[in-house]
Design a protein around this ligand. Structure first.
Ligand code: APR
Length: 328
């Protein structure tokens, strides 16, 4: 078979979807298909086609070769290697991610049915919120192996954490290593123990309260942006998503925290009535999707935070299943 570029479909051509398409093209990770729905009030418009055309015309300036197309027709995602799902409503000021569940669960369910039908071999990266529950919906509806259904959360949360630490330290963001676990929300699990500046423990460089403040700001980082802009962030969420896409299409085996299916890992089954769950954990990402979840021993405090986070994700899935009993 002739070699071909990766095909990456982006469902939801809004703020995050558009920025994802742009980054994919700039990094030449593959060809992009932007999918959205018609505007009922303005039937003459074709937003995804317009956005694709605008993006395609960056090519000569930015020197990229990537075909970018926009469509209302899911048949066009056929043979996608990766599908990114950003369909759904974003947050408004005062809303939590969880407040979006009643609208977004229905949207993601519909998107999942279409992916199952038209791109049954794709690796799916879910970005729509509330993240951990939307990944569950995607997995349940597509019936794809859990390895091919991944949630973007940790890549973004860690990026925020590192950004705030770098601001505090006055050093380059590139030299900060860090990790967060747990759900994509205010109960994500901080891990200062595993945070360093090129291996130098963060505890040696900043007092505990400063580290704690960076953790807290990372937890609420999405909300801080919503409050300033009136809608949710899109540049950093896209950057996190594209880091994952690159790891997959270039088979890099990057270790990135993602929402992945866990059973015995991190005590998920024990904390969730013997059942598995999608939650944020460090994953090896490569051509197969989540090729491995990397476990490690947690301290008692970390375990307590993780159990709380798991319990929150469990409640969120419970609320989703209440609305859509067929997803149980
Ligand atoms: N199929 C395809 N696209 C859809 C569907 C659907 N069934 N329903 C809605 N969309 C589209 C909207 O038309 C819109 O263009 O999804 C797009 C979402 O874009 P924005 O409103 O700009 O939202 P964005 O900021 O990109 O966030 C999308 O990601 O991080 C999450 O919380 C965020 O849930 C939100 C999602």
């Amino acid at each position: 078979m002739a070699m071909r570029r990766a095909k990456i479909s982006v469902i939801g051509a809004g703020n995050i979807g558009g920025e994802c398409a742009r980054s994919i093209a700039m990094k030449e990770l593959g060809d992009v298909v932007l999918v959205d729905i018609p505007n009922k009030d303005k039937p003459d418009l074709h937003m995804p086609r317009g956005k694709a055309l605008d993006l395609a015309c960056c090519g000569p300036v930015e020197s990229f070769d990537a075909r970018i197309t926009g469509t209302f027709d899911y048949a066009d995602i056929k043979d996608s290697d990766v599908v990114i799902v950003t369909a759904g409503v974003p947050r408004k000021p005062g809303q939590s991610r969880d407040d979006l569940v009643s609208i977004n669960a229905g949207i993601v369910k519909n998107v999942a049915q279409n992916i199952k039908q038209h791109a049954p071999n794709a690796i799916v990266i879910v970005v729509s919120n509330p993240l951990d529950a939307m990944v569950y919906v995607m997995w349940k509806v597509t019936g794809f192996p859990a390895q091919r259904v991944i949630g973007q959360a940790g890549a973004l949360d860690v990026a925020r954490y590192k950004t705030f630490l770098a601001m505090e330290l006055g050093c380059s963001v590139e030299d900060i290593q860090g990790l967060l676990l747990g759900g994509h929300g205010d109960d994500m699990v901080p891990l200062p123990r595993l945070t360093s500046v090129n291996g130098i423990p963060i505890q040696d460089l900043l007092p505990a309260e400063k580290i704690g403040a960076c953790v807290d700001r990372a937890k609420a980082g999405g909300g801080e942006v919503v409050k300033l802009m009136g809608t949710s962030a899109w540049y950093a969420p896209s950057a996190g998503t594209i880091e994952m896409v690159e790891a997959i299409v270039r088979d890099k085996k990057r270790v990135i925290p993602c929402a992945a299916w866990c059973e015995n890992e991190f005590g998920v089954k024990a904390a969730n009535n013997g059942k598995g769950l999608f939650v944020g954990v460090p994953c090896v990402l490569g051509a197969g999707g989540v090729e491995r979840v990397i476990g490690f021993n947690m301290t008692a405090d970390e375990k307590k935070f993780m159990d709380e986070s798991i319990s929150h994700v469990k409640d969120l899935i419970g609320a989703t299943v209440k609305m859509f009993p067929e997803l149980a």
